[in-house]
Design a protein around this ligand. Structure first.
Ligand code: NDP
Length: 247
């Protein structure tokens, strides 16, 4: 394991597009076995096949992260097929931004379910295995919006602040098991994230901004690889990265 990535079994949620897909490709190229979860089975099946065709190891399983049993099934499948789980990248997330006074309350609920409960479901699924192994790494995707609130980002930011809080709490508690925890906070990256904003004016403003400054998802993949590749006694607790031109 000269890069500390080669041979690791890495579960990735939200692997069907954007940051998760880029991380899967990059980590696979560095020798990891990748276990891909997302709802769009066609996308992750295709990605797994592409990785296998290139000589890599990959497994894809349709997973809705809001369903605790489905996330458990994904992690159980990783252990059944590959013998262990070294890393989970709890990355699935949605960002239907809108000002609170528009009362898109169903979207508030969905953001809480996917962005917070989805991460908790991933943690719950891996912890028993990682405690037993006495090793592992739990990487959770937060955001620059998990450090500051923008107009229209109140609920989304609340979920991303929560990801940071629960990851920091977890970090302190899992020390006896030699488990590392990492928070990754991206700035503007070009992905499909803005497609699910239902308010036309908010979507347009964000598309203009991210279209102008957004960087490639490979940036995220490299940060994740950096955190995993450290020696096991080094835990990269949090990384914030932005486009150089982002304010
Ligand atoms: P994308 O929309 O491209 O990807 C989101 C991923 O999450 C998809 O793979 C999607 O898969 C998955 N997903 C959404 N809902 C669920 C669900 N219920 N169950 C399982 N998977 C789900 O956006 P990004 O790649 O940009 O987003 C990835 C993460 O990065 C998110 O947590 C986002 O908040 C965060 N982020 C992104 C930034 C950016 O600028 N792009 C900046 C900061 C943070 P499917 O629809 O197939 O289920």
């Amino acid at each position: 394991m000269e890069n500390n990535i080669n041979g690791k079994v890495i579960v990735i949620t939200g692997a069907s597009s954007g940051l998760g897909e880029a991380a899967a490709r990059h980590l696979s190229a560095l020798g990891a076995t990748v276990v891909l979860g997302a709802r769009r089975a066609d996308r992750i099946d295709e990605l797994a096949k592409e990785i296998q065709d290139q000589g890599g190891k990959a497994l894809a399983m349709a997973t809705d992260v809001t369903q605790r049993d489905q996330v458990k099934n994904l992690v159980d499948a990783a252990v059944d097929q590959f013998g262990r789980v070294d890393v989970i990248l709890n990355n699935a997330g949605i960002m239907p931004l809108s000002p609170m006074d528009r009362l898109n309350v169903a979207e508030w609920d969905t953001m809480i379910d996917v962005n917070i409960k989805g991460v908790l479901n991933g943690i719950a699924a891996v912890l028993p295995y990682m405690k037993e192994q006495k090793s592992g790494q739990i990487i959770n995707t937060s955001s620059v919006a998990g450090h500051k609130v923008f107009t229209g980002s109140a609920v989304y930011s609340a979920t991303k602040y929560a990801v940071r809080a629960l990851t920091e709490g977890l970090r302190m508690e899992v020390k006896p098991y030699n488990i590392r925890t990492t928070i990754v906070c991206p700035g503007a990256v070009q992905t499909e994230l803005l497609e699910h904003i239902t308010e036309a004016d908010i979507q347009q403003a964000n598309k203009e901004y991210v279209g102008a400054v957004g960087i490639s998802p490979d940036s995220f993949a490299r940060v994740v690889a950096f955190a995993i590749s450290q020696p096991e006694d080094v835990d990269i607790n949090e990384v914030i990265f932005r486009p150089t031109s982002q304010e």
